[in-house]
Write a protein that binds this ligand. Structure first.
Ligand SMILES: Nc1nc2c(c(=O)[nH]1)N[C@H]1C(S)=C(S)[C@@H](COP(=O)(O)O)O[C@H]1N2
Ligand SMILES: [Mo]
Length: 365
């Protein structure tokens, strides 16, 4: 049997084609954050979204080694105890999968079928990546830094370890850390135990889990996850542009009570405080607007005081006087880089970086 037989090309769903068994396989393994968990400042592990391309590898901390080599003055290899001695920093990071929103696109790219819930915020503790690179000594000929995980699989016929590259500048300046704790506890297996990269502000694919190697190379990295996957394309055969930082988004906690099957909301008439979270990987969000009439009129939401200047989510509230009838609630974020969340984001073949505004249908009684 050939690899190709099991690794079809990326495909778009046909008009009217329902979710396929392939998509269901992915949806049943990976999971989103239920939107009511937007209530927590820090997402409890277990509610944080999970995305794993292949299998969760069986790993042990005791014999784990992380190597830093390639275009460096002095290649180094660390065990976990040695790594801990390099320093300790905690960063609050909102991670979002680049495919968030994909399943609502038309035509629908066949892949992990996220609606809007592929997000979570955690405190990651570890050593700054820049400190590890400084310890090894970045040579002048270094161009990209390649991060390799311990997981292995086949994607569209290409057999690979999960690998992502970052430019040396991003590796040094993005505030990335090599983490061994999530919310003060050792990483859970699904989030990269015992060691992962976390790149603040970047879509999740950059934050390589089960990290075992950091290699500096003297050319642009052309591995699968940089050069083939995670590119914005409208035509299958164009090179496309790389997926990088997280586009601004605001999400509301769905108010009231849900209908089991449709997830439509039932709300009692009167004063309702709509709550949500907002983030952007480009710059802090400084304005959120809410509409309760499907985007005809917009009002400014109240943003909480920024506790710091990082890119983690902030909460917002909006007081709504709910009158009987059906209403469509929506919201949009603006960040300090001038980016505004679109009511409908442009389509692309991978369904990447799609930050189309959330819409919630609510029946007020
Ligand atoms: N080694 C490895 N790292 C990985 C992945 C993977 O499949 N293997 N998935 C990436 C993707 S696409 C995302 S969105 C994030 C998800 O991180 P989380 O599961 O901790 O939320 O991990 C990234 N790091
Ligand atoms: Mo992802």
């Amino acid at each position: 049997m050939s690899i190709d037989r099991f690794s079809p090309k990326a495909r778009l769903a046909d008009t009217g084609e329902g979710i396929t068994t392939d998509e269901l396989h992915l949806a049943a393994r990976n999971h989103g954050m239920p939107l009511e968990a937007l209530r927590y400042d820090l997402t409890p592990p277990g509610l944080h979204y999970v995305l794993v391309h292949y299998d969760i590898p069986m790993t042990t901390a005791g014999n784990w080694r992380l190597t830093v080599d390639g275009c460096v003055e002095q290649p180094i290899s660390f065990g976990l105890t040695e790594l801990r001695a390099m320093g300790r920093q905690t960063v609050r990071v909102t991670l979002e999968c680049a495919g968030n929103g994909r399943a609502s696109l038309q035509p629908r790219p066949i892949s992990q079928p996220w609606l809007m819930e592929a997000v979570g915020t955690a405190e990651w503790t570890g050593v700054p990546l820049a400190d590890l690179l400084a310890a090894a000594g970045v040579r002048a000929d270094a161009v990209d830094v390649v991060f390799t995980g311990a997981d292995h699989g086949i994607e569209r016929g290409v057999e690979q370890d999960y690998q992502r590259g970052l430019s040396v500048t991003e590796a040094l300046e993005s505030g990335a850390i090599v983490a061994w704790e999530m919310n003060g506890l050792p990483l859970p297996p699904q989030h990269g135990y015992p060691l992962r990269l976390v790149v603040p502000g970047w879509y999740g694919m950059a934050s390589v889990k089960w990290l075992r190697s950091i290699e500096l190379i003297d050319h642009e990295f052309t591995g699968y996850q940089n050069a083939v996957a995670y590119r914005i394309r409208t035509e299958a055969d164009e090179p496309g542009t790389p997926v990088t930082r997280i586009e601004p988004r605001a999400l509301m906690i769905p108010p009231g009570h849900p209908d089991f099957m449709s997830r439509h909301r039932f709300v009692t008439a009167g004063e309702i405080v709509l709550q949500g979270r907002t983030w952007s990987g480009w710059a802090p969000v400084d304005r959120v607007e809410v509409s309760t009439d499907a985007g005809v009129t917009w009002y400014d939401a109240e943003l909480d005081a920024p506790s710091n200047d990082d890119l983690a989510w902030r909460s917002f509230t909006y007081s709504w006087t709910a009158t009987p009838g059906e209403h469509v609630l929506t919201c949009r974020a603006h960040d300090r880089s001038g980016r505004v969340q679109p009511v409908e984001a442009p389509w692309n073949r991978g369904g990447f970086a799609n930050n189309t505004a959330q819409r919630l249908t609510v029946l007020v009684r």
